[in-house]
Every structure is written in structure tokens, then in C-alpha cells.
Design a protein around this ligand. Sequence first.
Ligand SMILES: [Zn+2]
Length: 210
Amino acid sequence: MKRPWKDVSVPIRDGMVHWPGDPECHIKRVNKIEEGSVCNLTHLSMSAHTGTHMDAPRHFIADGMTMEQMPLEAVIGRAKVFDLTAVEGQITADHLKGLKFATGQRVLFKTRNSTRSWAMNEFDKDFISIRADAAQYLVDQKVLTVGVDYLSIGGYGKDVVETHRIMLGAGVWVIEGLNLAEIKPGYYNLICLPLKIEGADGAPCRVVLR
Ligand SMILES: [Zn+2]
């Protein structure tokens, strides 16, 4: 019997946590059956970087690729989940040097964010992020895709710009906002399908692992 798929995306909700300064997430039902409409209809208003989402290179690279240009290989196939729950502060190159990466690999990092940051009602400014030297290390390992378990690969008030420039500038595809609380380290089948938004620097996505 095949194991069940596990949903590692976070629910998109009205007023949910978002990166400070980014547009708020508003979800409003504008037609309501109980008020006489023939159907229910919901209006969405949010940043492309809401909840579980992907970053396209265009997010930090002026002429970088946009979401609809993403190769499906980046988000469908074997992926390795690494347990970095012992890391406090930032993930550094030293943390990664003991791990084995492969060219073209899809890697997901499970940190304390999955249980700690997502449990908070407000944006967690102290979430575990990827320091610039670790970003460069991942680029040097030639990984294809990197997934993290909070809203950004780079840290708030730290190296958010550097880490994004290094990884997106090297063509690494980035998945942010995963919740890996229920996921043990190891190999999985990954399916992550971001919305095909033309010209977009990012897109919300549903992500499942088995
Ligand atoms: Zn993003």
C-alpha cells in the first residue's frame, strides 16, 4: 500500500502572517448564497509571496526568469528533507558542510520554524534563515531547488537581500513558507505547483510530499 501524501503547505487565511511591509492577505466572500446570490464567490487580495510560495529569479534579479518560465523539473520529483532543527539563529555554511548534497538536487530544510514560527500569531522576526555564506555553499553544490519552512530564505534585518541575490542569481528555485512539522528527514516525492502567473516574481503554491 502506498503511503499517503502529506500536505506541507500552510493554509491561506484572511489576515494571515506576512512579511512586514508586504501587502496584507485579504480573503473576502463578495457573493453569498445565504444573502440571495446564486453562488458563493471569493475575492483575493495578497502579495505573490503569501504563505507557502515560490520565488522566481525575477524577485531579486531585474531580468531574471519569471514564474511561468519555471521548469517543472524544479518542483516535481525526488527531494531530500534535512533535519536542521538543532540550528539556532541562522543556517551557516558550517552547518551544511557535514551534509551531502548532489548536483541538481531538490533540498528542503526542516528547522524550528515549522513548530515555533508558524505557531505565532505575529511575524517571527527571529525565524531560522539561510546566512549568505550558506546560500553560496548551496549554489556551489549546484542544487536545483531549496525549500525552507518560513517566509524567506534570508533573515529579517540580516542578509535577506544577499541570500536572495546569491541563490536567485544562480538560478536556484526557491520554495518558502513550508510547514515540515510532520515530516521526518529523508527522501520524498515532491510535488509543488505554483500558480502560473505571467511575468510574476513569485507565486503561491500547494506542496505535497510522499
Ligand atoms: Zn518569496
